[in-house]
Design a protein around this ligand. Sequence first.
Ligand code: NAD
Length: 486
Amino acid sequence: MRKLWIDGRFADSSTGATIQVVDPATEEPVDVVPKGGPADLDRAVAAAKRTFPAWKRTPAWTRAEMLVEVGRRLRAAREEFALTLTRETGRTLRKNRGYVDWAAMCFDYYAGLIRDRRGRVIPSAQTGQLNLVIKEPIGVVGCIVPFNYPLMLLAWKVAPALAAGNTVVIKPATQTPLLTLDLHRVFDHLPKGAVNIVTGPGSEVGDALVRHPDVPCIAFTGSTAVGQHIYRLGAERIKKLHLELGGSDAAIVCADADLDAAARAVAWTAFLNAGQVCTSAERIYVEQAVHAEFLERFADLTGRLVIGPGIDETTEVTPLIGRAERDQVEARVTVARREGAKVVAGGRRPSHLTKGWFYEPTVLADVRHGMSLLKEEIFGPVAPVLPFRTFDEALALANDSPYGLGATLYTRDARRVRRYFEEIEAGNVWVNDPLVDNPAGPFGGMKMSGLGRELGEEGLEEFQVTKHVHWDIEGSVKPWWFPLEK
Ligand code: NAD
């Protein structure tokens, strides 16, 4: 059985209890992990706090070299790590290999950035003075990640947090703790206590991490409901919070777009990882003139996607993470049908797969904007398609959501593109090529999709605090000090 990783050592859980990890594609147990509790979390935070002053003082170049080594170790373990990810998430092995590389690239990127980061010298009011703006690490950072991208979303937090000189305590999702616990292998050349890993329920270990007085910064990715809870808890100590939350992304397909490319791209964004992507297309608005043709192509393509376990190299659509999540998707399609939606592809569990939490990629037509399906994040392989008449209408519909995470436009009309990126209320905007992430490109949401940015320079600044230093070098008496005339 894997163990917790606290203060550079393996640790048993104080609770003595375990959590069973189950393969979503087979419903078979994969392994058990320790069910950590608040006492384990306390030990992890104490270790991270002890290590922080020395890690903060470690020269940025040395920290950078250590992060490059993390990337190297990740790549060296690609095949093994990808397999573990497939077992716990159900996602394809093919994709998981890429995600291991992506995580490694993220460590490389922040190693490069921190080597070159400077504060700045600003003008002083008087001669003989120096005014400095310096960027410092914050302290112990709590990193809480969801089940859908356990490694990549962790790298987006841990790499910049460590690069900036913080120490971290990691809390993975209960469904996907395996690879996270294996990561001690890529971090064990760092000072003991710089990285600590505690598994356990969000409501206990996650909650204790957020409430902990010695954790001034929380980097969280997950649902908006849990994000709101963390926001409230963080207010008690005015913690620095970095919240990457849910979405209900709109895709707009214009009549002038390459319809074949658009249909494939929308299928990719709607059904990748069984729709369990925060930026999956959950509302597809298609210009009236091409609506019927798009729907036909999209439904045809969707019907031909290969559903199966991620371990199979030919699989395109994998299972949902759990029974409850699959049942939730199924129930929402049932309600949408009752409200008038028509299933034009999918709409049921695949009959050839008797085990695993699969649901067919599903295309819905005759959907109205006010339907309950469009109001909340779906987080499953369901793509509702709606027509629009004017571009104004498409923009208004796309923006009529409490969320503002990602958005995609398919067109070759530069005037529409410009209007779109100015008016769309989303933090990540793609034109003709969705879901492309870039280590240098800040990622994050507007509205109820979150606060702060991951990746890019902004992703480093989230883990820094700014200090302004005013230094009067001579230390002479100033005429404006009390007492005025003595
Ligand atoms: P979740 O909110 O249920 O859980 C996320 C993490 O929070 C888990 O580690 C969980 O154990 C922990 N947690 C739960 N309750 C907690 C509490 N009270 N205090 C502290 N931590 C707690 O989310 P999920 O079901 O794992 O993931 C799906 C959600 O994540 C979706 O809403 C999706 O949109 C979102 N997500 C967002 C992004 C983004 O970048 N914006 C990326 C991926 C996923």
